[in-house]
Design a protein around this ligand. Sequence first.
Ligand code: ZN
Length: 325
Amino acid sequence: MSSAGSGTPTKVLSIVGAGRSGTTVLAAVLGEGLGRFDAGEVRWLWNRSLQEQRPCGCGLPLSRCPIWSRVIQGVLGVAPADQTTSLAAAVDIVAAERELTLRHNRLRLLRSADGRHTEWSALRLVRAVTSDLYSRLVDVTGAGVVIDSSKRPADAAVLAALPSIDHYVLHLVRDPRAVVDSWGRAKPALDGTTVMLPMRPAKIALRWMESNGSAELLRRQLPHDRWLFMRYEDFAAQPRTSVETILGFMNEGVATPFANADTVVLGGNHTVAGNPDRFRSGSVTIVSDEKWRRRMPRHRQLATAAASLPLLHRYGYPITGVRSS
Ligand SMILES: [Zn+2]
């Protein structure tokens, strides 16, 4: 395992929360500054992206991406272009990650964020691999700050316990009715290779509760100054101010790629995985997607609100008063 050349801990921001909460675009904006790197949803690296040769944000398979091919080869000791050998080398990592995220291990893993459970062999392996991965990522990219939009609190718990990582968490929450509406329709992929299929409303509401409930459990394990809560709606209403707030939370300079208060210029990226929006580049205007308010049936809005209590109230979203036409 290698260590960062400077010997200083790598600054990593984990974005946690439910899917379709705006994490992809926020991570892209945060990763756009000098010295910052948007790694995408790193959680998928070993168990999906490498196995299925899914494209990096640069459009190339990970095995040919100039960033990730070097990082993967460094961690595994074999070139990812040799798929059979690299998959065999990653099989223990995939098995350990699977063990950590089993439902009955969830609480134990979240509580490990303070560094405990060093006797848990699967956790020891994933911690070592994760530390090595980020160290090599910094070596290859030269970045001082890495954005990981894996969204899953479990992955943030692993990062929080690593002495080689200077770790911060951004908990991004979106109104569950908007999330249900978004998941209710397929997400076409801009690269033509993947499509995010629609899901049933009850299942989405349950996932929203589980994701944010796990985030709340993780929050209790971490120092207050390492945790920032933000609503997607507030970010979308004031994008530049919100990004400056996040950078300030990480004690980073507030240079942002905004052309004005809500328009950002995005270059290319090397995101491991994530929402198809990660393939967007150029000038992007950030606006809150509120179409669910008029197209979502009222009975579904109310059912989603009922299923999302009491976190709905905790995050300041109204239970009623939303009108569909
Ligand atoms: Zn790439």
